[in-house]
Design a protein around this ligand. Structure first.
Ligand code: BV8
Length: 239
């Protein structure tokens, strides 16, 4: 089966009602990044961080996949689709997409804070607790293994991101289509993945305001995800 890789950012979920990070109604307008998406912010005021994630948890659970998410699911009829997303919502999975890698974690998982304390604690005291959650983490929610605080299972600024480089190298020769959608490509190392697919024959980038520095690498389809992804998928399935 032909392979397709789709790399997405917050713009993919914008038309589901989830604000992006850097547009004018962006999430960051109400908070300082360093206060709510960094280990230092967690150490300083975990309640503020949990408020921030509780708002996003409610928002994401009450939103629905949009036409772009469903079109990506439909692409699976003829393509082996791998979605690599920076988003922590699960709208792709809820639309029926099977193979999704969340580079920055997921809103519906919690993990123990013990890996990430500053300063790091004694390595053999760390536990690896992580669990799916059906409601937002509250202050006082404790790890059942080591009784430290629970935190969102997301990657904060200054925390390591594991890139699926081995997976990409393995499938790359068979990838016929690469689609970048809805990202300002400002966050590293996630956005470095946009440079891994130069050998792919058909490369598209969908965004109403695409990052200038990527123009040479992609066929730009200027517009929103919910407009352009269904059109592109229809043309790919018609081939
Ligand atoms: C690390 C958490 C090291 C989860 C996020 C200076 C220069 C370069 C890099 C750095 C630097 N200083 C520090 C760094 C590194 C830093 C970084 O990149 N900073 C940036 C801000 C400069 N990166 C890190 O810290 C990373 N870790 O480097 O660790 C290390 C190594 C080893 C050991 C220990 C440590 C960790 C980065 C992860 C941070 N976590 N999120 C959460 O709460 O969500 S990042 C956050 O930004 C989100 O995950 C989001 O996905 C991501 C990227 O943003 P976008 O998705 O692109 O969203 P944005 O709003 O920017 O853009 C939206 C786009 O959509 C726009 O283009 C818009 O036009 C478009 N759009 C709008 N509407 C639509 C649309 N498109 C289509 N349709 C629409 N309707």
């Amino acid at each position: 089966m032909k392979k397709a890789v789709i790399f997405s950012g917050a713009g993919l979920s914008a038309e589901s009602g989830i604000p992006t990070f850097r547009s004018n109604n962006g999430l960051w307008d109400n908070y300082r990044i360093e206060d709510v998406t960094s280990p230092e912010g967690w150490e300083k005021d975990p309640a503020l961080v949990l408020d921030f994630y509780e708002q996003r948890f409610e928002q994401m659970q009450n939103c629905k996949p949009n036409a772009a998410h469903y079109a990506i699911a439909q692409l699976q009829e003829q393509f082996d689709v791998l979605c690599i997303t920076q988003n922590i919502d699960t709208l792709l999975e809820r639309a029926g997409v099977k193979n999704v890698i969340h580079l920055h974690g997921r809103i519906d998982y919690a993990k123990c804070e013990c890996h990430f304390l500053i300063p790091p604690q004694n390595i053999d005291e760390e536990c690896d607790y992580r669990s799916e959650i059906s409601k937002a983490i509250q202050m006082g929610d404790r790890c059942p293994k080591c009784s430290k605080k629970l935190r969102p299972d997301v990657v904060w600024f200054g925390e390591a991101v594991s890139l699926p480089k081995r997976e990409i190298r393995r499938i790359l020769p068979e990838v016929e289509v690469f689609i970048g959608v809805g990202t300002s490509a400002k966050v590293y190392p996630a956005s470095s993945l946009l440079y891994y697919f130069d050998t792919v024959p058909h490369r598209y980038f969908i965004d109403p305001d695409p990052p200038e520095h990527l123009r040479l690498r992609y066929t730009f389809l200027e517009g929103t995800a919910a407009e352009k992804i269904p059109e592109l998928v229809a043309s790919l399935l018609a081939k």
